[in-house]
Design a protein around this ligand. Structure first.
Ligand SMILES: C[S@@+](CC[C@H](N)C(=O)[O-])C[C@H]1O[C@@H](n2cnc3c(N)ncnc32)[C@H](O)[C@@H]1O
Length: 385
């Protein structure tokens, strides 16, 4: 199959699309369509490799192979079995099929995965005399079926595992923020990389690490060694080597006006966050320390101070939490003047106890929990309490 210009769909969790749109535009790709959890663009296969390297808020990059009218499972089988899978999936490789299905004849999408897997295996066996292994593991080639009413598309998931799995979180701890969400939250603060970024209650360090990746121009794909595209016959190793070299050449030291400070009152948590930062290649630019949030040193000047406190649903006791949120508000008002202050939380009652008037409120989702990023202007001399 020729690696020609084809439709590319990029998925992201609900709430991250505005950030993904900006990222895609910055990479120079046109946005052909936009839904709630996916964007469409066009490109050749090597473009998907560049997207996998750079997109910080995407989950999957899907390179579409075929789109067709689909009435039932037999139509699906017939459409898939004629595709040239022998020139897409290596005989000694491994593949899996995943699907998203909205069709009245299908109660369980796993039957679609199975039918599609059979069609691929039958096609390769007919051409090559045997077939590659298959299963549900996403670490090999991943084929994605998107079947909505009478239209069906079949794509290669060039990411494989979701891009939120950057590969740096060796020790996840309790209630970690997903890497893609953390990256979108950092973007939402408009952190420039030329100002300070202070993150008390840092937990596994995800926010600080994503801020450091951004401030050092380090592509999120540099920490990952496995992508779905590597397991297809369309994989161009030379082009990937070039994409990696280019990404490495863009890594730089942040300016003197940018200190990234991350603290937590739990020593084990700080140790884990340090290991995660080391795996992400940004340990040297984050100043980690064990401290109560009230003791976090906030350099004079300006920047971003951001908290992701426990919010009761997954961790913590609400009454105690309300007290903590009040103290966070006081801390921001008294110690963080000149900064833009942020709280990311899934607990509106707790956020209401911060005691500062919030400006922007941005909606996000963390797993199934509706969350908000609350912004507070902490300008010199006016805490706007
Ligand atoms: C929801 S977790 C933060 C998760 C983090 N964003 C991540 O991605 O892993 C909240 C963190 O606050 C820390 N913490 C709770 N009370 C604290 C306090 N008084 N001072 C400093 N850290 C505190 C906890 O140890 C926990 O790691």
């Amino acid at each position: 199959m020729k690696p020609s210009i084809r439709p590319i769909t990029i998925t992201a969790p609900r709430g991250l699309l505005p950030f993904l749109k900006n990222e895609l535009t910055e990479l120079g790709f046109p946005i052909v369509w936009a839904g709630e959890t996916a964007l469409g663009t066009r490109g050749v296969f090597t473009d998907t490799m560049r997207m996998n390297m750079w997109l910080r808020t995407a989950h999957h990059v899907l390179y579409q192979l075929k789109e067709f009218a689909c009435r039932d499972l037999e139509t699906l089988y017939r459409a898939v079995v004629v595709m040239p899978w022998e020139s897409l999936i290596p005989l000694n490789g491994f593949f899996s099929v995943v699907s998203s299905v909205d069709h009245p004849s299908i109660r369980d999408h796993r039957i679609v995965n199975l039918k599609c897997k059979d069609a691929i295996a039958d096609r390769i066996a007919a051409r090559k005399g045997r077939r590659p292994d298959s299963g549900s593991d996403r670490r090999g080639a991943v084929v994605t079926v998107f079947w909505n009413r009478d239209r069906c598309s079949v794509s290669i998931d060039t990411s494989g595992e979701p891009l939120s799995k950057r590969g740096y979180r060796k020790i996840p701890l309790r209630a970690p923020m997903q890497e893609t969400l953390a990256s979108a939250v950092v973007r939402a603060t408009n952190f420039s990389g030329n100002e300070h970024f202070v993150n008390p209650m840092c937990g596994s360090g995800t926010l600080a690490i994503e801020a450091a990746l951004s401030a050092t121009g380090r592509a999120s794909g540099l920490t990952r060694d496995n992508f779905g595209f590597m397991h297809t016959l369309l994989f161009d190793e030379t082009a990937w080597g070039e994409i990696c070299r280019d990404a490495r050449s863009k890594v730089h030291t942040p300016g003197a006006d940018c200190r990234i400070i991350a603290t937590d009152n739990d020593e084990k948590v700080v140790d884990a966050a340090c290991s995660n930062a080391a795996a992400a290649g940004v340990q040297s630019v984050i100043e980690f320390s064990v401290a109560d949030f009230m003791e976090t040193s906030v350099p004079a000047a300006n920047g971003v101070i951001i908290f992701n406190p426990e919010y009761g649903i997954r961790l913590g006791n609400e009454r105690e939490l309300v007290k903590t949120y009040r103290s966070i508000g006081k801390f921001m008002k008294q110690r963080c003047q000149g900064y833009r202050g942020y709280i990311f939380t899934g607990n509106a009652t707790c956020a209401g106890n911060i005691g500062l008037r919030s400006g922007r409120k941005l909606k996000f989702q963390s797993g199934k929990i509706d969350c908000r990023l609350y912004e507070y202007d902490l300008y010199h001399g006016k805490g706007r309490c």
